[in-house]
Design a protein around this ligand. Structure first.
Ligand code: ASP
Length: 344
């Protein structure tokens, strides 16, 4: 019944939008769907939902005044099913679209919110060119009262066509706020205002009035990492620190073949002495250890020497993305420290 109502409403939007679309040539945006709550209806939280095709989401979003939109279903999965393999495929796909479609002004990726920040940061580090990539999703399924998906998708498209977005790499649009992929993190399991960039804030506010940037700085066109020859990302694990933590988890991931470890440390990157001993053993075997913080914000200094490299203000999951990419280039700790310093 709910779905029936939604569909009826959708149809009238569709009629209105196609009439308007015929009148003016608008910038072209490609929306690449990967799934997540934004692409779901039904009892999503109860684990009983259905996926909605991206073409249908685009039709409902009311984007006719903003852009001409093409969409494609790249994946249709929860973001827990997206990891290094899909990052490589998605990044290559986006680069291919930009290369083969000069008219595409920007690309919007719809994605589950749980690991959105990791995919977005990977894209930020690997996609070439000045044209923006804007990742968005929703906290509420499409048939829930107060669903945030349509507004997020429309604002993401607004952001993607804005000339001020050029040269800013990959961004995340949620709840009327546009964030740099590097800075943003999910801070609440449930609320729509969950995405924040601790201490840095959003780079713009985007709503039906337009996109309002805090600064005009832009101009990036060269990705930091060229993934064309990369088949797999090296294994990098995140190890949590907590009162009384022992060495078992660190030794286990080293035995499993980890090339890098990120410690989600206490406070300013701290860990127990048992974990420190294990981290030193790992470093002696050539495993790169980066320390971050489990506190949710703040810095762990990258440092200048010693075994351990701090993540700066990259959270553990972002530090993992950067470390995995850094390891595709080098396993020299000094070089990796330099990469972390360049990304502060
Ligand atoms: N479980 C969902 C996902 O990340 C949550 C969401 O999209 O908000 O795919």
């Amino acid at each position: 019944m709910h779905i029936h109502h939604v569909r009826t409403a959708l149809l009238s939007v569709l009629v209105a939008t196609s009439a308007a679309a015929a009148q003016t040539a608008k910038p072209l945006v490609m929306v690449v769907g990967t799934g997540g709550t934004i692409g779901s209806a039904g009892d999503y939280w109860g684990g009983n939902s259905t996926y909605i095709p991206i073409a249908e989401l685009v039709r409902t979003a009311g984007i006719d005044s903003v852009a001409t939109v093409e969409s494609e279903q790249f994946l249709n999965v929860p973001s827990s099913a997206i990891g290094p393999v899909q990052w490589l495929e998605l990044s290559r796909h986006i680069s291919d679209v930009f290369r083969s479609r000069p008219r595409v002004r920007g690309i919007v990726v719809t994605h589950g919110t749980d690991t959105m920040e990791e995919t977005a940061y990977f894209l930020d580090l690997t996609v070439a060119g000045e044209r923006p990539v804007v990742v968005t999703g929703s906290m509420r399924p499409s048939n829930m009262v107060g669903a945030d998906g349509p507004a997020n998708l429309t604002n993401a498209i607004r952001a993607a066509v804005d000339t001020a977005a050029r040269g800013r790499g990959t961004m995340v649009l949620m709840d009327d706020r546009l964030y740099s992929a590097r800075d943003v993190t999910k801070t609440n399991s449930t609320r729509v205002e969950t995405f924040q960039a601790p201490e840095r804030g959003p780079i713009a506010i985007v709503d039906p009035e337009g996109a309002f940037y805090r600064s005009r700085s832009a101009g990036r066109s060269i990705p930091q990492f060229d993934i064309r020859g990369v088949k797999d990302l090296p294994r990098v694990d995140i190890i949590y620190s907590y009162a009384g933590a022992d060495s078992v988890a660190i030794d286990a991931v080293v035995a499993a073949g980890a090339k890098g470890i990120v410690i989600a440390g206490v406070g300013r990157g701290g860990m127990t002495s048992s974990q420190s001993d294990a981290a030193r053993r790992a470093a002696d075997k050539g495993v790169i250890v980066v320390t971050s913080t489990r506190t949710g914000s703040g810095r762990v200094p990258v440092g200048t020497k010693g075994d351990s490299i701090g993540s700066g203000d990259l959270n553990p999951q972002k530090a993992r993305v950067l470390l995995a990419l850094a390891l595709t280039r080098t396993s020299n700790p000094a070089e990796i420290r330099k990469i972390f310093n360049e990304n502060q």
